[in-house]
Each structure stands twice: as structure tokens, then as C-alpha cells.
Write a protein that binds this ligand. Structure first.
Ligand code: TXA
Ligand code: MG
Length: 336
């Protein structure tokens, strides 16, 4: 255990610690958990009071439903009505970064689904959280372990920085492998799969697996989220410093006024040294690999946010695959 002067205790994944955390969850406490995507703030999904605490600790509005983490398809079936398409995807992509939205069973608290007739289910791949799910025997509701609207946590220190005074435990699973939240696919109607949130498992890959096109949610005329995906707000994942995006590969000429007060983030490490008088230069990946950029993006946003820049200019990812998920998060971070 590490001491850090805050209420939170950082626990490593020993069997004794996992048992302690399983008991904490069973008695209604919250525990921050590592997953391959981002850290989650977990509670027993069937304990309504514990789930209510998630919303208050995060400062999250009750209209934004939670994802429930399970050990696999058999566990999922206790909470939702599965269909053939869902089972096919669970077999192919679980454990992994795919959340599937299905019709919920009546005993699943309405609080979890924000009153929708559906529930979002995911089977995470991180070995410590898989073990915790197994030991506790619980389904775990877990949104990302950050204050609502801020950048999602991909390292244990991000959880401590955001929630250290508000929760008792975080399970240290190291930095997250993927670094962006799971893909969310609506499959309540298996004839009409809908991509609610892009992630590491792309829309193209899901369409091929299902043998049918995957639709995007209805375009929005307002800043509000669509009714069937109430958490998908235009502004989200946002640092306090203003973020401005520019197109992939575009050469930006910075006005003199930007100068040293701004940070510029390229998608790939530039091969030349830039003008020392210009903005501070950063990059999302060494070699231009989308997976590497995804892993770094939230950590870099958090670090730059603490460095006092007047603005952060970020180059978008190339379109397609995980680039679409990166651009989705960057666009929300830049929204005003
Ligand atoms: O990778 C992830 O999915 C992470 C880790 C911790 O598993 N979790 C995560 O949770 O990103 P969160 O709360 O930050 O995002 C959950 C989003 C909600 O904002 C909402 O848009 C969508 O999932 N969601 C949850 N239940 C839903 C439902 N029944 N129908 C449609 N969308 C739903
Ligand atoms: Mg979140």
C-alpha cells in the first residue's frame, strides 16, 4: 500500500487485497478498478444505494446510465435478455473493450439505466478486475473513475488526483492498455445495431462480424445527447484549458500572439526541431500508430492541463479504425 495523505488507499492486486475489496463492494462501498480501457468507479450493480453513491461522488447527472461489468455471457444473461447477435459478439470480443446494450431484466435497478428499458454490459479484460469480479461474485456498475465531464483516468495517479478525497480504495492495475473507453453497441433490436460510442473495436469490424451495417445514432440538432444514449454529450472529456483541433496532416501557421503560451500536439513525433520561439511541441505517438496515440491521449491532456498554457492545439487522428474513437474524444474535449 502507498500512503499519499488523502483518504484513498492504493492497493496492489494480491489475493488478500482482492478479498478485502470484494468485501468492501459487497457491503456497499465504492472501489476504483483498472480495466484495459480506463479506470472505473465500481459498485455492486444490484445495490441501488451504492450505485447512487457513484453518481454523487462523480458529480454525474442521474440521466446518464452506467455500464455493468460481468464475467461473461452467462453472467450477462442474468441481467439482460440476450439475442443471437449479442452472443456472437460476446464470443468473439469478450473479454474486451466492447459494451453491448440489451433489454434489461426487471430486477435491474432503473437507476443503472437512467430509466431506459435497456442495460449496458461489458466483460473487461484486465486480469485483476476479472479476478475481483470472480471473487466477489457481483456484477459491477462502473463508469469511468473521474469527476463528471473531465478527462477519463488511464493511470492510478489520475484516479487519486480526481477522486482521492472522495473514495476509500483504488486497485492499482498499472496504466491502461487501450486508453479509450469501450465501444458501445446498441443491440436491443438485433435487426438494427447502433454504434453509441466509437472505441478500439471499430464500427467496420463490428459490421463485418454481424454481417450487417451498424448505424450511427441520429444526428443531433442541439447540444443535448440522443434520447437512447443520454450520456453522449457534445462536451465531455474536457480539460480546463481550451482545446482547438486541426486536421490531420494540416500545416498550421500560428499567429505570433500564440507564441510560447500555447502547446501544440502533433499526432506523430515531428522529424524536425521546431522554432524555439513557437509553441511548446508534443505528440501522441512516436511512429504514428493509432493504438499508441489512443493510449497516450488522456494522460497527455491531463498533463498539459496542469502546465498553465493558454491553449492546446491538437492534430486530429487519421480517419478510420481507432482514429475515429480518438477523434470522437478530441472533438468532445474541444467543444464549448
Ligand atoms: O470502457 C468503458 O466502458 C469504461 C470502463 C470503466 O469500463 N466505462 C465507461 O463508463 O466509459 P462511462 O460511464 O464513462 O460511460 C458510460 C456510457 C454512458 O455515458 C452512456 O452513454 C452509455 O455508456 N450507456 C450506459 N447505459 C446505456 C444504455 N442503457 N443505453 C445507451 N447507452 C448507455
Ligand atoms: Mg466517462
Amino acid at each position: 500500500m502507498m500512503e499519499n495523505g488523502q483518504r484513498i488507499r492504493i492497493l496492489d492486486g494480491s489475493e488478500a487485497n482482492l478479498r478485502l475489496l470484494a468485501e468492501a463492494l459487497a457491503s456497499g462501498n465504492l472501489v476504483a478498478i483498472p480495466t484495459e480501457t480506463v479506470y472505473g468507479l465500481a459498485a455492486n450493480a444490484l445495490d441501488e444505494a451504492a450505485c447512487r453513491r457513484i453518481f454523487s461522488v462523480k458529480g454525474r447527472p442521474l440521466i446518464d446510465p452506467l455500464i455493468v461489468h460481468v464475467t461473461g455471457p452467462a453472467h450477462a444473461e442474468k441481467l439482460a435478455f440476450l439475442n443471437d447477435m449479442a452472443v456472437l459478439l460476446m464470443e468473439k470480443f469478450w473479454p474486451g473493450p466492447l459494451t453491448i446494450v440489451l433489454k434489461k431484466r426487471p430486477h435491474v435497478p432503473d437507476l443503472l439505466s437512467a430509466g431506459l428499458p435497456t442495460v449496458a454490459l461489458r466483460c473487461p479484460r484486465h486480469p485483476l478486475t476479472r479476478r475481483l469480479l470472480q471473487i466477489s461474485g457481483l456484477a459491477l456498475a462502473a463508469p469511468s473513475a473521474n469527476r463528471f465531464g473531465y478527462v477519463s483516468p488511464t493511470r492510478v495517479e489520475h484516479v487519486v488526483a480526481g477522486l482521492g478525497e472522495r473514495i476509500d480504495y483504488v486497485l492499482n492495475g498499472g496504466p491502461c492498455d487501450i486508453g479509450l473507453e469501450s465501444t458501445i453497441l446498441g443491440l436491443a433490436d438485433p435487426e438494427k445495431p447502433v454504434l453509441f460510442r466509437p472505441g478500439a473495436i471499430s464500427r467496420e469490424v463490428l459490421s463485418v462480424a454481424l454481417g450487417r451495417p451498424v448505424a450511427l445514432p441520429m444526428p443531433r440538432e442541439t447540444d443535448a445527447a440522443p434520447a437512447d444514449a443520454p450520456g453522449m454529450l457534445k462536451r465531455h472529456y474536457s480539460p480546463n484549458t481550451r482545446v482547438t483541433l486541426f486536421d490531420h496532416g494540416a500545416n498550421l501557421a500560428f499567429p505570433a500572439s500564440v507564441g510560447k503560451k500555447a502547446a501544440i500536439v502533433y499526432f506523430t513525433r515531428p522529424s524536425y526541431e521546431t522554432d524555439v520561439a513557437g509553441p511548446a511541441v508534443f505528440w501522441l505517438s512516436e511512429s504514428g500508430r493509432g493504438e499508441e496515440a489512443a493510449r497516450n491521449v488522456f494522460d497527455l491532456l491531463r498533463r498539459l492541463d496542469g502546465m498553465g498554457y493558454e491553449g492546446i492545439f491538437i492534430e486530429k487522428a487519421p480517419e478510420g479504425g481507432i482514429g475515429d474513437a480518438i477523434n470522437d474524444r478530441l472533438t468532445r474535449a474541444a467543444a464549448r
